[in-house]
Write a protein that binds this ligand. Structure first.
Ligand SMILES: NC(=O)c1ccc[n+]([C@@H]2O[C@H](COP(=O)([O-])OP(=O)(O)OC[C@H]3O[C@@H](n4cnc5c(N)ncnc54)[C@H](OP(=O)(O)O)[C@@H]3O)[C@@H](O)[C@H]2O)c1
Length: 279
């Protein structure tokens, strides 16, 4: 069987590719521009918005890792899922988002509902806030100013390491693990607010990292100065507003139950990504 990983250059997709062992089973990475990547597995052109790329990507595939990329409509993802099942795909694992069950308007929930009706084994992974947001979008402030500059107030998040989400996805794609329900919520071990997260950073990096608890306006201004798009800034503010309202504090034991080990802690993450936080 071949496993197709979409979003293979992304935060979770790259972890899925790393975790799957191409010597045990063929792994195919679907990316928009294969010439722009150097993955260690077979790489094909794949774009959710270009159905003409789907046929080759799905050739001989038994399991697919699905995700919902920014800028793509959910209908493209569900159309692709239909095409996958038509060509014989038996297992689909979808990267969803924490709270999709509570917010039916979320596009992720629309995709989940569609998958539940397919004639295939499907699993939606409702992932909490990725620790990798801190080594990604928020790393310039940590590196240059020693700040976790997010408008989340006292709100808590179940910070999960995207690598753990990738391992869970890989185990489900190979059939090594199965869910007894259509979706599972994946979180890290503890719900932390950003003040507590800053304390973890300070201890691991051995320099003071603060959480100034900035206003939404201050964060928007800083992001705009960094050249981020208005759409992205609005999306981010909405996400952190959910945290302020206490909607992201949930913790589950699903990672431990599925992997037989505890999820990575924020301290482990900071230690592993230390170089990305150096001033
Ligand atoms: N950030 C979080 O804390 C968080 C938490 C839970 C869930 N999520 C969800 O996770 C998803 C994002 O996953 P991620 O963070 O792993 O990805 P990511 O790091 O944001 O990377 C985006 C990926 O999407 C691919 N992509 C973009 N447009 C595409 C298209 N038209 N067709 C095919 N692939 C396309 C990109 O591939 P190429 O450019 O290489 O083609 C890239 O691999 C979103 O649905 C988000 O809501 C995020």
């Amino acid at each position: 069987m071949t496993v197709l990983v979409t979003g293979a250059t992304g935060t979770v997709g790259s972890a899925v590719v790393t975790e799957l062992n191409p010597t045990e089973l063929p792994v195919r990475a679907g990316v928009r521009d294969p010439t722009a990547t150097s993955l260690s597995v077979e790489t094909v052109t794949f774009d959710y918005t270009k159905p003409e790329t789907w046929g080759d990507a799905l050739d001989g595939v038994e399991a697919v890792f699905l995700m919902f990329p920014p800028g793509v409509t959910p209908g493209r993802v569900t159309d692709f899922a239909d095409a996958a099942v038509r060509t014989g795909v038996e297992r689909l694992v979808f990267l969803s988002v924490l709270g999709a069950d509570k917010l039916p308007v979320l596009p992720h929930r629309r995709i989940e509902r569609h998958l539940e009706r397919l004639d295939a084994e499907t699993a939606a992974l409702r992932a909490a806030y990725f620790m990798q947001n801190l080594s990604g979008i928020h790393s310039p402030e940590i590196r240059e100013r020693g700040e976790l500059f997010v408008p989340a107030g006292e709100g808590r998040l179940g910070f999960v390491d995207a690598r753990d989400v990738g391992v869970v996805a890989a185990r489900l794609l190979t059939g090594e693990r199965r869910l007894d329900r259509p979706a599972v919520t994946l979180t890290g071990p503890t719900a932390l607010n950003f003040e507590e997260a800053a304390t973890v950073f300070s201890a691991e990096l051995d320099r003071e990292i603060t959480c100034p608890n900035p206003s939404r306006r201050a964060v928007a201004r800083r992001m705009r100065d960094r050249g981020l798009s208005a759409g992205f800034i609005l999306f981010m503010l909405a996400e952190y507003q959910a945290t302020r309202f206490g909607l992201t504090a949930r913790i589950t034991d699903a990672v431990a139950a599925l992997l037989g080990r505890e999820p990575r802690t924020l301290a482990q993450f900071v230690a592993d990504y230390r170089d990305q936080f150096r001033p």
